[in-house]
Ligand binder design. Structure first.
Ligand code: HEM
Ligand SMILES: [Cu+2]
Length: 586
């Protein structure tokens, strides 16, 4: 065991609280953040499988140029519901509600979220909203795309349209409730001695994500309520035949939906920072740069939305402004990527499935990021707008990025959540099938888009047939790749090897309690005897004679950042009189 992990564990004898209780509580209104986190993860993963079945149907239709598998109308519904499920019922609630709920209180040493009942309520909105959305196939599912632009959405079937609006409104409400809870929890409930700069980076990411959700989601709600008036009672907010303006809908929609892509990726960024540092046994490179770049992304993410509307008759000055802001976002994002690479560089990489998925995430997300900067450029976007180039871009970001990152999180925290290890061999089979399948399915779409194949069409020019067939084969491989994961997770949960409290020798506080953790997580306020990322630092943080734990006076034992512990850092302090006051996180 590395010294740092030993020090941290000695300071925190694992909690031995009340046992978690039996399986039935996972099906009821529990207020335990860990139960709610698991409820979110399992429910959203179920919806992921549903979204995956719909994707497979979309690709089956596209295997040949003719529309031969389903009708054109059904095809529209398939990709609309596919995208809606993937975004609103899988990525957003899995990253925030799932991992956020399970991890944030544990990582900051709290006993639960600030508002446990609100937390349970936020979760219980999701299953009915999801079932309602899927039931729309019985009455004519919505088919105007997940963006649901008027006037198309005003002339398609009313029932399906209203179901779409209602379920997205419910899911947005759930997301706002969860975000408020995270903000208060992170702000107010950190264990004594945990300053902002001792927080695990996942908590920083959840903080930035929640700010975005609170600011942006209400705008979507407003837009959808106005749209429902247009659909139901014939108002004309967005209906051009009555003097309304559909472009206003686009602004309101993207004012939410661009930040939403950060709501989908920031939590994953946070997980990757935590995972890479543990599995490379190195302090995270650029702690503050990673933490503050989340806030920068949060700020910039709110002023780029018009890049989705370059072809909507947007005036040139406006295009220019939004092109520049969009390109600037690549800076804080690049800071994170380089920090992860620098953390990996020269590390003792353990080759675990969690690390593989994390590294897969970095490589695929970089490709999506590069095509993102390309479509941010107005002249380029005018050519590829509404083509498969955009479909390729968004899947590299959302699937190669968010989904691979979520899988990294599953492999990394599964031992904590269940108390058992997942099988590593099957984990690697899962990774390689996903990685190859993903690139087969989505890489050719770049070329299809550049050659002019439109998105959202069931039939296409026969000259695109070969590449589309390759995409479809990749999609089937992807569908198959989930089987080893599901079987592995189910089997390991029932009879995997026992994990112990801290199988990865992590330093963050979730590893300082039992696996699975007891109700209320810790017996006493946990102690920060090391920084969250002091891997491979040896005994540097213990050389100063300050007690790690002194329950009577937490300020005197406040871990690595206590001013009492201040001493020159040999790495940066060439001059011994140059006394730093901080730990190794910078
Ligand atoms: C098995 C994996 C997947 C496959 C094969 C797949 C396939 C597709 C295809 C072919 C389209 C384009 C439909 C069209 O324009 O006619 C599409 C659209 C879309 N997909 Fe996926 N997808 C998969 C997973 C995901 C995931 C994980 C997400 C995550 C959020 C996602 C989000 C979207 C979105 C937002 C659209 C846009 C739909 C639109 O144009 O309105 N997909 N998908
Ligand atoms: Cu955007």
């Amino acid at each position: 065991m590395t010294q740092a992990a030993q020090i941290q564990e000695q300071a925190n004898p694992s909690a031995r609280g009340q046992e978690p209780g039996d399986w039935r509580r996972y099906f009821g209104f529990s207020t335990d953040h860990k139960v709610i986190g698991i409820q979110y993860l399992v429910t959203t993963f179920f919806f992921y499988l549903v979204g995956g079945v719909l994707a497979t149907m979309v690709r089956t239709e596209l295997a040949t140029p003719e529309s031969d598998f389903v009708s054109r109308e059904v095809y529209n519904s398939l990709f609309t519901v596919h995208a809606t499920v993937m975004i609103f019922l899988w990525i957003v609630p899995a990253g925030t509600g799932g991992f956020g709920n399970y991890l944030v209180p544990l990582m900051i040493g709290a006993r639960d979220m600030a508002f446990p009942k609100l937390n349970a309520l936020a979760f219980w909105i999701i299953p009915p909203a999801g079932i309602m959305l899927l039931s729309s196939f019985l009455v004519g599912a919505p088919g105007a795309g997940w963006t649901n632009y008027p006037p198309l959405s005003l002339i398609s079937g009313k029932a399906g349209e209203m179901i779409w609006i209602l379920s997205v409104l419910l899911l947005g409400t759930s997301s706002i409730l969860a975000a408020v809870n995270f903000l208060v929890t992170i702000w107010k409930m950190r264990t004594p001695g945990m300053g902002w700069n001792q927080m695990p980076l996942f908590c920083w990411a959840m903080f930035a994500t929640s700010i975005l959700a609170v600011i942006a989601t209400p705008v979507l709600a407003g837009a959808l309520i106005l749209l429902s008036f247009d659909v139901l009672i014939g108002t004309a907010f967005f209906n051009p035949t009555g003097g309304g303006d559909p472009i206003v809908y686009q602004h309101l929609f993207w004012f939410y939906s661009h930040p939403a892509v950060y709501i989908m990726i920031l939590p994953v960024f946070g997980m990757i920072s935590d995972i890479i540092s543990v599995h490379a046994r190195k302090p995270i490179f650029g702690y503050k740069a990673i933490a503050y770049s989340s806030l920068a992304i949060c700020g910039l993410g709110l002023i780029v939305w018009v890049h989705h509307m370059f072809t909507s008759g947007t005036p040139p000055w406006m295009r220019m402004f939004f092109m520049i802001t969009t390109m600037i976002i690549a800076v804080p994002t690049g800071i994170k990527i380089f920090s992860w690479l620098a953390t990996l560089w020269g590390g003792k990489l353990d080759g675990s499935s969690a690390l593989l998925f994390a590294m897969g995430f970095i490589s695929l997300f970089v490709i999506g990021g590069i095509s993102g900067v390309m479509v941010a450029s107005v002249p380029f976007d005018i050519h590829v707008h509404d083509t498969y180039f955009v479909v390729a871009h968004l899947h590299y970001v959302l699937f190669g990025g968010s989904v691979f990152g979520l899988y990294a999180g599953f492999y990394h925290w599964f031992p904590k959540i269940t108390g058992r290890m997942m099988d590593e061999t099957w984990g690697k089979v899962h990774f390689w099938l996903s990685f190859v399948g993903f690139n087969l399915a989505f890489m050719p779409m770049h070329k299809l888009g550049l050659e002019g194949m439109n998105r959202r069409i069931a039939e296409y020019d026969p000259r695109f047939a070969t590449l589309n067939l390759i995409c479809t084969i990749g999609a089937f491989l992807l569908a198959i790749s989930t089987i080893p994961f599901v079987v592995n997770a189910a089997w390991s949960w029932l009879s995997g090897a026992p994990a112990g409290d801290n199988p990865w020798r992590g330093l963050t506080l979730e590893w300082m309690t039992t696996s699975p953790p007891p109700v209320e997580n810790f017996d006493a306020d946990p102690i920060l005897a090391t920084g969250p990322y002091d891997y491979g630092m040896g005994s540097r943080s213990t050389e100063v004679d300050v007690p790690f734990s002194d329950a009577s006076d937490p300020a005197l034992s406040a871990g690595p950042s206590s001013t009492l512990r201040a001493k020159p850092d040999p790495v940066v302090a060439a001059d011994p009189s140059d006394r730093g006051t901080e730990s190794h996180n910078r």
